[in-house]
Write a protein that binds this ligand. Sequence first.
Ligand SMILES: Cc1ncc(COP(=O)(O)O)c(C=O)c1O
Length: 406
Amino acid sequence: MSKFILQPSAVTGIPSKYTTETNLVHADEFLNEVNDVAPPIHVSTTFRYPRDPSKLIAAKDLPLEDADSHVYSRLSSPSTARLEALLSSHLNGYAIVYSSGVAAFHAALVHLNPRQLSGSLFYHGCHGVADIHSRLTGMKQIPLDCPVEDLQPGDVVHLETPLNPLGTAFDIKYYADRAHSRGAILMVDSTFAPPPLQDPFEFGADIVMHSGSKYIGGHSDMLAGVLVTRDIKTRWKLWDERLYLGGVMGNLEAWLGTRSARTLEMRVLRQSENATKLVGWLSEELGKEGSAIGRVVENVKHASLQEEEWVRKQMKGGFGPVFGIEMKTELLAKTLPSHLELFAHATSLGGVESLIEWRAMSDTHCPTTLLRLSIGVENWEDLRNDLLQAFEKLAKGEQVVLSGKH
Ligand SMILES: Cc1ncc(COP(=O)(O)O)c(C=O)c1O
């Protein structure tokens, strides 16, 4: 087997010598070919064959996956290999990276080629991919909570948890058991809560996907997608198909991803903790009579507010950095972002900087009173104070003062 594949300890059953924080910094070192401490940027799309003619083996005699050096970057490249090694170790399976989250979802559908896809309310971009796939293959789309008898062997159940845009959690074990009882497969989009927040494999997921553009990139400066499997054969099949689908991750992005993955664990823990503190504060304020927040906010949604026991078991590392606020009116929802100093009004999530989005700007199916907040690594009390002054302005009916700044 190619040296570019790390055997994750979760797959081999042999515990890794080091903890996950250490692995995120070191698990790709075996692929380092230079004496630089920081991974170099490799931009080459093509790689020299050996000079020694006796070492040249025809492709028909050496399967590409057994090659011990890179050949062409649509197959593999130094930076994507390093990122895949790090993510395999952290995501507890064989990770394969793509150019974006939707490219990863597309690759999974092409590979699994189900007759039915069961899922509801998952990320609208993935719904777009499913619609294209249905048009081309006739794949039927059925609801997540369809009668269990409607699931057939080989069907795919697609569960996104925590769910975009509210950050609410769904019970992975429940949906895994349901799918498996009918011979179906459970794919979990775990973008909103990478480990150490949750590991869907622990609860029965068969394939895990991430939009790596969010927490894995973590700095709002790269697109990436990731699929993770527990079985090496599926990994190689996905790799083989990626070669022809062409959704490979760019060399520069993969280098950025490797740099960012080093701090993935500490960022995500801090962001999740910040969000949970803000949600706790907001829901407490909502309960207080006459509070400015109570006058403008209808409710707050986040996994930390769910009381079911499985939520705490599933999200043992924290409840995720994204939550939703429903405002009392559409105008209040549209205006709040403009009163904020620290939150950029923008789509996406997962970066070190806090974002807020009047969600109707990008999602045609959500209520026009909804704001989605993606919490960064700033001091949570600074974020709280910024939100508080904005809510107070809204409660007083103050107008937005426009400056030249975006
Ligand atoms: C839950 C979820 N899955 C998948 C995607 C798609 O990822 P990308 O934008 O990297 O294609 C997103 C993007 O926002 C997302 O939020």
